[in-house]
Each structure stands twice: as C-alpha cells, then as structure tokens.
Design a protein around this ligand. Structure first.
Ligand code: GLP
Length: 263
C-alpha cells in the first residue's frame, strides 16, 4: 500500500484527481467505480475543470457507483445516483447509458446485485476503484464485519453511518436516511486493477491508522486494501495523525523516482 500524506484536503483531492485523469487519458475506455460523500466533491470538481479546460474526456469511459440506498426513486435528491449526476456526470461528456448504479428499487434485490456484477464484468472489470472512508473504517457501504469475499449485495447500515450521512439527506427534507443499501462488495473493490482511497480531517485519523497499520480485520473493511497489489491512500495531515510509520511514508514519497511520479 502506498501512503501519500499531503498538507491539506484540497491537496489530497487534487492529487487524486490527477491520478484519475491520468488513468483516463491512458485508457479512455476504462471502467471506474466512484464514491459519493463529501470527500470526492473537490476531486470531481477538478475532473470537471480538466474536462472543460484541458480536454479530459469521459466519452468512452464507463462508471459504476459504489452504492445506493434501497427504496429511493432514481431521481431522489438524497440518493447517490443523483449526487454523482450533479457532481460529475452531467458536467462531462459521459454518454447516457455509461453510468451505472445498483438498482435499490428493484423488486428482486439479489438479482439486481448479480446483474451489477455482470455489468462490471461486461465492461472489462474495474480499472480503478476510487474510495472514501467511513469513520468506522467502511468502504462503499461495506460496514464493519463485512466479508472480504463479499460481492455486490444488500447491507444494513449502522447507526454511525446513518448519522454521518444524515446532513446530506436532511438538505432535501425530513426523511430519515434509509436503513438499507446495495453496495459493491469488498471482493468487487479488490478486483479493481487499482484502488485509490482519499481521506481527510481528524475524524478519519483513527480509521486511517486501522486501515493502513492495523491487522486485517472484517471489523475494519478498509484494511482489506492491504491485500491489494496496487492500492494508494492519500490523506491530509489531520487524517495522518495516527500513523506510526509516518516518517517512512514520507521517505518513500521523497525517494520516488521521477518516472513513477503521478503528481
Ligand atoms: C458513505 C459512502 C461511502 C463514503 C463514506 C464517507 O457511507 N457510502 O462511499 O466513502 O460515506 O463519506 P464522506 O466522504 O462524506 O466522509
């Protein structure tokens, strides 16, 4: 796992956006798995800027939302489908039909999950999984105790996750955050050829330390990234606070040969 510590949240997002953009320029037909939440907002803003100013194209890309609440209509403003539309898709040249999301309204949720895995496979598998991090160590909606072997499926959300997501939901009314979601699994994420996780702020410091330096544990779903051959974690100073090997990560970054640099 590569750990990159940068001074600020803005710097973390810029660094991550550059990695995504570089990948897309090298492989324009890549399939990407994308998160919602507050973390990726500045990443998407930078990708939109590069599309507008520097010709970054999504015309041949395929995107897969990592997760979606169960029971919300597709255009519900608190839903993740709508959030990604607003943050990224409608500002770039991503063709209709190239944006996928788990169908949280399906009558047969298990069949919808299987279909989602099929769609990812049909797209050639994920080139990149871009990830945020829950304060409890979850990735996508893989809550603590999720199996490292899990694929897209129904999950019950923890009270901590529902509370963390309430502000985004409350902006659109008084409805509570749903109790259930469909999420890609940890094995689905690990199947991506590259994983890129971004976290910033003191509230994420404990989860970051447990993800990077703690034991592999279903209790910390993001620790599964330790198993991935090409996982990059970008954090700001505040989120790096609990990392025991911080000096080593900085030394690795400083010694990185020019041909390996992505910034
Ligand atoms: C939600 C999403 C995750 C996201 C996490 C962190 O639970 N399902 O994909 O990474 O929250 O959100 P934020 O970036 O707002 O801290």
């Amino acid at each position: 796992m590569e750990v990159i510590v940068v001074p600020t949240a803005d710097a973390a997002c810029l660094r991550a956006a550059r990695i995504v953009a570089r990948l897309l320029r090298a492989k324009p037909d890549a399939a990407l798995a994308l998160p919602t939440g507050s973390t990726p907002r500045a990443i998407y803003a930078e990708l939109v800027r590069q599309h507008r100013d520097e010709g970054l194209s999504f015309a041949r890309a395929t995107v897969f939302n990592l997760d979606e609440y169960v029971g919300l209509p597709p255009d519900h403003p608190g839903g993740f489908r709508q959030a990604l539309q607003d943050a990224l898709y409608r500002h770039v040249d991503l063709p209709d039909g190239h944006a996928h999301a788990p169908d949280g309204q399906a009558v047969d949720l298990a069949a919808a999950c299987a279909a989602y895995e099929g769609a990812i496979a049909s797209a050639g598998g994920l080139e990149l999984a871009l990830l945020g991090l829950g304060t409890d160590g979850h990735i996508a909606f893989n809550e603590p105790t999720s199996s490292f072997g899990s694929r897209t499926r129904l999950k019950t959300l923890t009270d901590e996750t529902r509370a963390a997501n309430q502000p985004a939901f409350a902006a659109f009314g008084t409805e509570p955050v749903p109790h259930h979601a469909l999420t890609v699994g940890i094995a689905t994420i690990l199947s991506a050829r590259r994983c890129l996780l971004v976290a910033f702020g003191a509230a994420k410091a404990s989860a970051v330390a447990r993800m990077v330096e703690g034991p592999l544990a279903a209790l910390v779903p993001a620790s599964a990234l330790q198993l991935h051959p090409h996982a990059t974690v970008i954090v700001d100073e505040a989120a790096a606070e609990g990392l025991a090997l911080r000096g080593y990560y900085d030394a690795v970054a400083a010694a990185k040969p020019a041909w390996q640099r992505e910034d």
